[in-house]
Design a protein around this ligand. Structure first.
Ligand SMILES: [Zn+2]
Length: 334
């Protein structure tokens, strides 16, 4: 009996080891694709797409994925692709799969985000951003637009309105005519709508109109492969159809179950469902459910947390668990 138990333990430890290796490989397997001579995208299944701009001085990096370990490898890759040391890091929004690699970059570097993204990170994700990580929070924030001239390149960030969250920015690499859209664009995948974090299915359509006013040819989505203006237009058609259908179902007094059963989407042809067990799911039902919750008022935007004088502003990181966590895991993923 003892021998059988011993064998079982060895087998279990072996399986756990294989599992850890599989997860490690997934987290650290990056695919790099050129978009132009000076712009590259870095893909990984467990993290939002990273954009890298090469300048005469070094790299500009947009988003940093989910883990510090990924951040380290992104930094090495980016500095190779981007022609030298990182000059700036831009976070498109506060979700962990776009920000948690930040601590791999140098404390004191230029970290750009909207003010709202910084507020969400500081108050809703405070346990992560303590101690040394606090030095890699966004330190250059803006409300509507921000421009940097770095090593012969122009980098413009814009907050275009509510969509995926209420604080998303998009980044235009002006000379290369490439836009990093963050999670305002999911390409051929179902999106999440972070209503508590200010996201809105109702507003997202108009936000996409403002995106299409920008001057770009290629676009890096937050999730999915690089696409073009037609990819943006197609996703906007999906959002428009989603809201129209769900709003009509709510107006007709339908329950969520009836809405899920009767709403007819046509613009999601070829869309891929994605899920990480216990963390998030992105599929037809989840996106309809979010739009339904918004239309009925079942979920509303949480007030933007702003402390008058936070300890961060005095350069002192708070200890763990000092701020309440008002968002769910699902909200903070993707
Ligand atoms: Zn996101």
């Amino acid at each position: 009996m003892r021998k059988i138990l011993g064998t079982a333990a060895v087998v279990l430890i072996g399986l756990a080891g294989i599992g850890a290796v599989v997860v490690f490989n997934r987290v650290t397997s990056f695919e790099v694709e050129p978009v132009t001579d000076d712009v590259h995208v870095i893909y990984n299944a467990i993290g939002g797409n990273v954009g890298v701009l090469r300048t005469e001085l070094g790299a500009v990096v947009v988003d940093t994925m989910t883990f510090r370990l990924q951040g380290q490898q992104i930094r090495e890759l980016a500095e190779r692709l981007g022609g030298g040391p990182t000059q700036a890091i831009i976070n498109t929004h506060y979700h962990r799969d776009h920000t948690h690699g930040n601590p791999a970059f140098a404390v004191g570097a230029r970290f750009v985000a909207t003010q709202r993204t910084r507020d969400y990170l500081m108050h809703w994700d405070s346990a992560y951003w303590d101690e040394d990580a606090a030095g890699t929070l966004p330190n250059q924030t803006f409300e509507s637009s921000h421009e940097m001239q770095i090593g012969g390149k122009t980098v413009r960030s814009h907050h275009l309105g509510a969509g995926h969250t209420g604080g998303d920015l998009v980044v235009l690499f002006v000379e290369d005519r490439v836009l990093h859209a963050g999670d305002l664009l999911f390409h051929l995948q179902y999106p999440t709508i972070d209503i508590r974090g200010g996201g809105s299915a109702r507003e997202w359509d108009a936000t996409m109109d403002r995106m299409l006013e920008l001057d770009f040819d290629s676009v890096i989505p937050g999730h999915g492969r690089v696409t073009d203006r037609e990819g943006v237009v197609a996703f906007q058609r999906f959002l428009r159809e989603l809201w129209r259908e769900v709003e009509a179902a709510v107006a007709a007094g339908k329950s969520l179950e009836e809405t899920l059963a009767t709403v007819h989407l046509t613009e999601d042809g070829g869309y891929e469902a994605r899920s990480i067990p216990f963390v998030m799911s992105r599929d037809r039902d989840s996106v309809i459910g979010r739009a339904y919750a918004e239309a009925t008022g079942a979920i509303r935007a949480a007030p933007v947390p702003r402390s008058v004088s936070s300890r961060w502003d005095r350069g002192i990181a708070p200890g763990r668990n000092t701020a309440s966590t008002a968002v769910t895991l699902e909200d903070r993923s993707s």
